[in-house]
Write a protein that binds this ligand. Structure first.
Ligand SMILES: *Cc1c(COP(=O)(O)O)cnc(C)c1O
Length: 452
């Protein structure tokens, strides 16, 4: 596939947008404000937004708004546009597929791109065992289906999720998600047979991986029992919960216990997958091979697609017709995924994520050594976080994280917060960002912190 776009046309988006931070107005500018006013009257209040702009184009490392502002993107639409917004080969694949076939419903008339995505996922996910995949529309839907498959395979019902977990906003995935506000509050009753145990959070629990795993396993054995437990689901690096990297040995110990006890171990790699962490999947960083892996976000360069991939004998447990969905594995989304996966594998993006890690971690760590308000810097690849605390007590400082994020947006840098305590700033730049822009973005964050 070609890497060029038509040279005669003015670039509408993608990597040929001017790679610069440019503030033409205050944020929001008048045109953005106009859209936000329309949004307020037309769109349900429950659908919030973080950055008050009307986005009209994006690519490389910038998002451009209707007022001519160009913002540095350190969020990737929450780890979705890992290959870059409107990546030229993704755009080309989408356009060609859309012109040929937009939908038949894979459950009615199968088509090749779906099968090719399944083959690619079976190849690139951790482990060299026989695998199969099924495609869906969103991360939450993938998680729901992973649980369905695990229950059918084991004939058991209980599911264990962890403190700080985020797995989505549908009913079952709300039950799996830990944080009440804003994800769950008032939306119950939640699905039954979901149990929560302590995760490994080295900065706050001080436990070794072995001790944190022993604690979690003891809770599981005492409160549920392996003979009732279908699956354990965990994000190898917890995303919304605060980019929490478990202590060394935690994940292997939990995975080994699952293997010994006939429990399906599900890695939710919806946020951490596809080169984001400097490995194709974060599971590889911890030396674990999950039974099932859920993916979405980065999979298709911005198109809605999700998947469950795993051991063939587990994936085949569901009866024919038991899995699927009208749009699952849409041909246009599949074409985008094939182009994106090709870029992850062949364009040095894993290496790029590691370079981004060294820039981000290097600068944040050296600041943390002189600014005690940064309690912890952690993460892998282009999934890095700084946790803000009260230097005297170590208590989470959510107000500081919110103030820094707000100041950054006003200065034209998109940063997102996260964390159970809301006190974490997360850095999720697209892998298409250049070093200059990344460093300028970090400069703005550090200046915002200095004046907060
Ligand atoms: C975002 C996310 C989900 C939910 O994905 P949606 O596409 O928003 O439904 C599930 N798990 C993790 C780890 C996520 O980060």
């Amino acid at each position: 596939m070609s890497t060029t776009i038509a040279p005669s046309s003015t670039p509408l988006g993608g990597p040929s947008l001017p790679q610069e931070r440019r503030l033409a107005t205050a944020i929001p500018g008048p045109r953005s404000q106009e859209l936000l006013d329309r949004k307020a009257s037309a769109v349900a209040a429950g659908v919030g937004h973080t950055v008050p702009i009307a986005a009209i184009a994006a690519g490389g490392g910038v998002v451009v708004d209707a007022d001519g502002n160009s913002l540095i993107d350190l969020g990737s639409g929450i780890a979705v546009t890992t290959v870059g917004v409107s990546h030229p080969r993704v755009v080309e694949a989408i356009a060609a597929q859309a012109a040929q076939l937009t939908h038949t419903c894979f459950m009615i008339s199968p088509y090749e791109s779906y099968v090719a995505v399944a083959e690619a996922l079976n190849r690139v996910t951790p482990g060299d065992h026989a695998k199969k995949s099924a495609l869906f529309n969103s991360g939450a839907e993938a998680v729901e289906n992973a649980i369905k498959i695990a229950r059918k395979h084991t004939g058991k019902q209980a599911v264990v999720a962890f403190d700080h977990a985020y797995h989505g906003r549908t009913n079952l995935t709300m039950a799996l998600t830990a944080k009440s506000m804003p994800y769950k509050s008032g939306f119950g009753p939640f699905a039954s047979e979901v149990y929560r145990v302590a995760a490994s959070y080295p900065y706050r629990d001080g436990l070794s991986g072995a001790d944190a795993a022993a604690k979690a396993i003891s809770s599981i054995e005492k409160q549920i029992g392996a003979d009732n437990l279908a699956a354990v689901i965990i994000e190898p690096i917890q995303g919304e919960g605060g980019f929490i990297v478990p202590a060394e040995g935690f994940l292997p110990a939990v995975a080994a216990w699952c293997r010994e006890n006939g429990v399906v171990f599900i890695a939710d790699e919806v946020q951490s997958g596809f080169a984001r962490t400097g490995a194709m999947f974060a599971s590889e960083l911890f030396g674990i091979v999950p039974d099932l892996v859920t993916t979405a976000k980065g999979i298709a360069g911005g198109m809605p697609l999700a998947a469950v991939t795993g051991r063939a004998e587990i994936m085949d447990a569901a009866h024919t017709g038991g899995l699927g969905g009208t749009y699952g594995g849409n041909p246009v989304a599949c074409a985008a995924a094939l182009a994106a996966i090709d870029a992850f594998e062949n364009d040095g993006l894993i290496e790029r994520a590691r370079q981004i890690e060294s820039i981000l971690k290097g600068r944040l760590t050296s600041l943390a050594s002189v600014d005690a308000r940064i309690g912890d810097v952690r993460g892998h690849g282009a999934m890095i976080a700084a946790e803000f605390v009260d230097p005297a007590t170590g208590a989470p400082d959510a107000a500081l994280a919110a103030a820094v994020a707000k100041a950054c947006i006003a200065e034209g840098v998109i940063v997102l917060t996260c964390g159970t305590y809301g006190n974490v700033i997360r850095f999720l730049p697209p892998l298409s960002i250049g070093d200059d822009l990344l460093n300028e973005g970090i400069d703005v964050v550090l200046a915002a912190l200095a004046s907060a």
